[in-house]
Ligand binder design. Structure first.
Ligand code: IPE
Ligand code: IPE
Ligand code: MG
Length: 238
């Protein structure tokens, strides 16, 4: 696949772990564990293909509403996943990044997350961003507050709030907007993910449940992306 036809930034709403578990008559947590294997496969393939940014929706601000035992299991799984993958991430030049209100994560998980971010900070091949305790509306509000404070202190004029300024105040500051947004498990909704950043992303929804989403499924999404005519509001090329 040529580099030009590849998205620079792929974002994924990894959905369907619970339904996968239900289908196999397993507890939900086992679906999350299998989902972590898909994360590994997809991260590795994106890195190999030369995709510069991969952003994964791992835990939403609204997911705190789930039963405590599921939340605890997800947090533990995140910690053990990061510990297990650290060596590989460093070797393959992956830089870990997190977006969201990560201060809400349990202290032990947060420590592993921050350690992994620090230890991978020299990675130059791919930025892997995990959206954790993330909500698009909350992100926009945090940006609005930061900009309002600057205006209040006189450091900025309201007229200077441009799209670039605003983008630079989001958790994703410095990252390109996603070119391709994938959602697994067949749900046609955004669920509060990257609301500002996806204004012109190509959306790909697949019925495949996240634990079943592997290399072939990602390649299919990329091939579908290649066929899209991105017009950005202008006149098309086809
Ligand atoms: C996605 O799978 C993982 C998280 C949201 C953490 P779900 O747990 O939402 O799976 P379904 O939607 O219940 O099948
Ligand atoms: C979106 O999935 C959040 C993540 C994938 C982390 P959800 O399962 O939480 O979303 P809804 O409830 O179907 O909208
Ligand atoms: Mg779900």
């Amino acid at each position: 696949m040529s580099k030009e036809s590849l998205p620079k930034h792929v974002a994924i709403i990894m959905d369907g772990n619970g339904r996968w578990a239900e289908k196999h008559a397993f507890p939900r947590v086992r679906g999350h564990r299998k989902g972590a294997e898909s994360v590994r496969t997809i991260v590795t393939l994106c890195r190999k293909l030369g995709i510069g940014y991969l952003t994964l929706y791992a835990f939403s601000e609204e997911n705190w509403k789930r039963p405590p035992h599921e939340v605890t299991a997800l947090m533990k799984l995140l910690g053990s996943f990061l510990k297990r993958e650290l060596k590989e991430m460093k070797e393959s030049g992956i830089r870990l990044n997190a977006i969201g209100r990560t201060e809400k994560l349990p202290a032990a998980t947060r420590k592993i997350l921050l350690d992994t971010i620090r230890e991978t900070s020299h990675g130059s091949k791919m930025v892997l961003t995990l959206a954790l305790s993330y909500g698009g509306r909350q992100e926009i509000l945090d940006a609005v507050r930061a900009l309002a404070r600057k205006v209040q202190t006189g450091a900025m004029d309201p007229e200077d709030i441009s799209e670039d300024q605003f983008s630079g105040s989001l958790y994703t500051a410095g990252m390109p907007d996603p070119d391709l947004l994938i959602r697994t498990s067949g749900e046609y909704r955004i669920s509060n993910f990257l609301l500002w950043q996806i204004s012109y992303s190509e959306i790909y929804v697949t019925p495949t449940l996240w634990p079943d989403f592997g290399e072939a499924e990602l390649l299919e999404a990329l091939s579908e992306y290649r066929k899209r005519d991105r017009r950005f509001g202008a006149v098309g090329t086809t």
